[in-house]
Design a protein around this ligand. Structure first.
Ligand code: SF4
Ligand code: SF4
Length: 518
């Protein structure tokens, strides 16, 4: 055993259990801290690739947002459905989280640093233990007594098993080249990062890993549009937090494994090895989030078809090619990298013909579009202090009517294409009195023709949203309501009101809408 490269003395305080306890606490702290950092990073980074700001209120740059979220979620009430299988419901989040946390046992953080960094079957251990979280997901679906949860958990099983097979076959190529199952030994043997030397294995592994950690575009077990929030619909408070933690821990583990298996782990010049590993982990996670921010969710049949008809044949072909190369060149030299890249391109093109994605140029174009956004100024507003500039053609959903100015001419009623306005007036000339003035908002299309036609400017759009009524009959608004005190006409619809209005309502920005300059 050793810590950060230095062998642990046999007189380690507390002996074996002391060493075990120290690393267990250290790894748990590492997991929790990095998960908090990942939650913040994901929100900020995905916002940047989508031209938004992301969290920016709680603390500088929104750094305290994960803490605020954690406090909020822990204070929430724990609700268990009446028909739920209480024990299964209770244990599911524990199983899901502990299965992911146990993977840290074999992660080498640098040469010899970790709980059991040089386990001779490290990669097998990671794959076997990592899959146990699937049992937690299935327990959650089964124990919740909710059909949506059950369908989501069954999807999870189908999806994860489908992608686990090509993913494992891709990792077999890594094992064949290094002749080792130890994660530490795999890093030692990467003189050329395997991402270049084994590009096809990397691609298959990465797609499979994205599916396993339920990240968009493969997050079908949480597809809100179909399954509400998936297998954890019936979870709240601390139990939901554990699922959330398990999900981000899985993302952290996938980032760690990608860095270890394909990016030479802790290897790198100048900086300390542990820092190199951390930098690579963060970069991999940013790529995962970048993909999430670019592509929409795919359909379940497309997802399954992609695995069985594309990834699986590709991973088998890849194994044969790497095996052939190893027979011809047992030392597997670095100059094979360009050859393998060319072979990967050709195989992807041939196997992807039924999917019509060519070389994936369309996908790369999408990724280029979103990464370009990261250098642009985000388009967002600091609501409520800043408000979005809107067009002069914008119409509010509230009418303001001035009985003092109205002459009962009925021009507005005649201008209305839907016949929404009823005007009844009596008398002639200066004696004319408006007896009834009504607008049916249920039929109104807010075209503004009545407002534009009114010769006395007694009718205007307001700033409120009055159409939020529950019955159609309530949508017919009369004189009292239209002329209620406190209503403010909108300057967007009637620019001539601008001089009379308070500053915050004058939001028309001529720079934004130069074509609408008066
Ligand atoms: S906004 Fe258009 S549809 Fe609505 S009452 Fe006025 S003229 Fe009629
Ligand atoms: S609101 Fe204007 S157009 Fe309509 S009746 Fe009154 S004055 Fe005439």
């Amino acid at each position: 055993m050793s810590i950060l490269g230095k062998p642990v003395s046999p007189s380690w305080p507390g002996g074996y259990w002391g060493h075990w306890g120290f690393w267990a606490i250290l790894l748990l702290a590492f997991d929790l801290l990095l998960v908090m950092a990942f939650i913040w990073l994901e929100r900020r980074w995905i916002a940047r690739v989508q031209l938004r700001l992301g969290p920016n209120r709680a603390g500088p740059f929104g750094l305290l947002q994960p803490i605020a979220d954690a406090v909020k979620i822990l204070l929430k009430e724990d609700i268990v459905p009446q028909r739920a299988d209480r024990w299964v419901h209770f244990l599911a989040p524990l199983v899901a989280f502990s299965a992911t946390a146990f993977v840290f046992v074999v992660i080498p953080f640098q040469e010899g640093a970790g709980l059991v960094p040089d386990l001779n079957v490290g990669i097998l251990y990671v794959l076997a233990i990592g899959l146990l979280s699937l049992i937690g997901i299935f327990m959650a679906g089964w124990g919740s007594a909710n059909k949506f949860s059950l369908v989501a958990s069954l999807r999870a099983v189908a999806q994860i098993i489908s992608y686990e097979i090509p993913m494992m076959l891709a990792l077999v190529a890594v094992i064949m080249v290094t002749s080792s199952l130890s994660l530490q030994e795999i890093i030692r043997q990467q003189h050329v990062p395997f991402v270049i030397l084994l590009p096809l294995s990397f691609l298959i592994y990465f797609i499979g890993a994205l599916t396993e950690i339920q990240r968009t575009p493969m997050d079908l077990l949480e597809a809100e549009s179909e399954l509400v929030t998936g297998y954890h619909i019936e979870y709240s408070g601390m139990k939901f937090a554990l699922f959330y933690l398990a999900e981000y821990t899985e993302a952290l583990i996938v980032s760690l494994l990608t860095a270890i298996l394909f990016l030479s782990g802790w290897k790198g010049p100048l900086l300390p090895p542990f820092l190199w590993l951390l930098i690579k982990v963060v970069l991999v996670f940013m790529v995962i989030v970048w993909i999430r921010g670019t592509f929409p969710r795919i359909r379940i049949d497309q997802l399954m078809g992609f695995s069985w008809k594309f990834l699986l044949p590709l991973s088998i072909l890849n194994l044969f090619i790497i095996g052939g190369e190893l027979i011809l060149l047992p030392s597997f030299p670095g100059w094979l990298a360009p050859v393998n890249i060319a072979i990967a391109g050709l195989l992807i093109y041939l196997c992807s013909r039924p999917f019509r994605i060519g070389f994936g140029l369309g996908l790369l174009k999408g990724l280029a579009t979103t990464i370009r956004n990261a250098s642009r100024i985000p388009i967002t507003t600091q609501y409520p202090w800043e408000k979005l500039n809107v067009s002069r053609r914008w119409r509010g959903q509230e009418f303001v009517w001035d009985p003092e100015k109205c002459i009962g001419c009925s021009v507005c009623a005649q201008a209305c294409p839907h016949g929404n306005i009823t005007v009844i007036a009596s008398g002639k000339g200066k004696e004319r009195v408006v007896e009834k003035f009504e607008i049916d908002l249920g039929k109104c299309i807010y075209c503004g023709l009545c407002v534009e036609a009114c010769p006395t400017k007694s009718l205007a759009f307001g700033l409120g949203y009055e159409s939020a009524r529950t019955r159609f009959s309530e949508l017919v608004v009369g004189q009292e309501e239209l002329a209620a005190p406190g209503k403010v006409p909108s300057a967007f619809a009637r620019p001539e009101y601008e001089a009379e209005l308070p500053q915050q309502t004058l939001l028309v920005n001529q720079k934004e809408h130069p074509w609408e300059s008066p």
